[in-house]
Ligand binder design. Structure first.
Ligand code: CP
Ligand code: NVA
Length: 304
C-alpha cells in the first residue's frame, strides 16, 4: 500500500481531520494525567530542517519520545542534501531506514518530490506555501475553547503567506468563513482564492475583516526567507496590527491566535499575547498533541 503523506490539509478528509483533532485532545488529557503510551515504540522519525524552528522541532522530537519512538534531526549543513544530492535519491535512502519523514523547507515542490519518492509517510512541517501542522493545532485549540468552528467567521489580518494559505484550506475542510485583510500586493495565491471564493473574502480594511469574527489570527509580516524585505514590509503592513481596539470589533467571545514567533509592536500590540482572548500558549502546546495524533495516524493508521 502506498504511504499516506500530509503535505497540505487536503491530504485528509474532513472526517479524518475532525477525528484527528479530537484524538489530539484525548492524547493531551492522557499525557497530562501522566499515562504512558508507547504506540510508536521502536519507530523513528527523520526531521529535515532547511529553515529554523523552535515549536516544530521540539514538538515532533518530544512527541516521538513520549510515544516510545525517537526522532533524528537532519540539517542540510551536515547531510548530503546540502551538497546537492538529488531529493529523490535522498528520499529513497532515508525512507528505507525510518518510519516517517518530516520536512521544513523553502519550495513546496521539494516536499512533493520527496514524498513521490518516499516509501514512508512524509509530513510538511512548513514550506513557503503551506503550514498544515500549525492548522491542526489551531483547530484543536479553537475546539477546546469554543467547540465546533463550523459556520464561524475567522479574520486573518496580514500577509497572504503560507499560514494564510493553510487557513484557506482549513476554511473549506472545517467549514468556516475566512475574511483576509491584507495590503495590495500581499494577497494569497490567486488559484487558492479562485477555488474557495464562496467562503474566502479579501479586503483591505482590517476592521472590515474583524467585525463580528469569532477568531482573529495573524503572523509575522516577513516570513523566513524574506528577511531582506523586512523594511519594505514594515511600511506596507503598518495598520495591519491585531490590538485590543481591533479585537473590540470582533464577537465578544472572539479568540486571538498566532502561530509564533511573534513580533510585538508589529503584527500585534505588546499586550496581545496576555490578553484574555489570547490562546497562543495553548495553541503552541497543542502542536505537540496534534502531531502525536498525526504520527499515529500516518504510521499506524489509527485515530483513537
Ligand atoms: N509556529 C511554528 O511553526 O514555530 P517554529 O518556527 O518555532 O517551529
Ligand atoms: N510565516 C512564517 C511562519 C513561521 C512559523 C514563516 O514562514 O516564517
Amino acid at each position: 500500500m502506498a504511504a499516506r503523506h500530509f503535505l497540505t490539509l487536503n491530504d485528509m478528509t474532513t472526517t479524518e481531520l475532525e477525528s484527528l483533532v479530537d484524538h489530539a485532545s484525548a492524547l493531551r488529557n492522557e499525557w497530562r494525567q501522566g499515562k504512558v503510551r508507547d504506540s510508536l515504540k521502536n519507530r523513528v522519525l527523520a526531521m529535515i530542517f532547511e529553515k529554523s524552528s523552535t515549536r516544530t522541532r521540539v514538538s515532533f522530537e518530544a512527541g516521538m519520545a513520549q510515544l516510545g519512538g525517537s526522532a533524528m534531526f537532519l540539517s542540510p549543513r551536515d547531510t548530503q542534501l546540502g551538497r546537492g544530492e538529488p531529493i529523490e535519491d535522498s528520499a529513497i535512502v532515508i525512507s528505507s531506514m525510518v518510519d516517517a519523514v518530516m520536512i521544513r523547507t523553502f519550495a513546496h515542490e521539494t516536499v512533493e518530490r520527496f514524498a513521490a519518492a518516499s516509501r514512508v509517510p512524509v509530513i510538511n512541517a512548513l514550506t513557503d506555501d503551506f503550514h498544515p501542522c500549525q492548522l491542526l493545532a489551531d483547530m484543536q485549540t479553537y475546539r477546546e475553547h469554543r467547540g465546533s468552528i463550523r459556520g464561524a467567521t475567522v479574520a486573518w489580518i496580514g500577509d497572504g503567506n503560507n499560514m494564510c494559505h493553510s487557513y484557506i484550506n482549513a476554511a473549506a475542510q472545517f467549514d468556516f468563513n475566512l475574511n483576509i485583510a491584507c495590503p495590495e500586493g500581499y494577497e494569497p495565491a490567486e488559484a487558492l482564492l479562485k477555488d474557495h471564493g464562496d467562503r474566502v473574502k479579501v479586503v483591505r480594511d482590517p476592521a472590515e475583516a474583524a467585525r463580528n469574527a469569532q477568531l482573529l489570527v495573524t503572523d509575522v509580516w516577513a516570513s523566513m526567507g524574506q528577511e531582506d524585505e523586512q523594511k519594505a514590509r514594515e511600511k506596507a503592513f503598518s495598520g495591519y496590527q491585531i490590538n485590543p481596539e481591533l479585537l473590540a470589533l470582533a464577537d465578544k467571545d472572539a479568540l486571538f491566535m498566532h502561530c509564533l514567533p511573534a513580533h510585538r509592536g508589529e503584527e500585534i500590540s505588546a499586550d496581545m499575547m496576555e490578553h484574555p482572548a489570547s490562546v497562543v500558549w495553548d495553541e503552541a502546546e497543542n502542536r505537540l498533541h496534534a502531531q502525536k495524533a498525526l504520527l499515529e495516524f500516518l504510521i499506524l493508521n489509527r485515530l483513537d
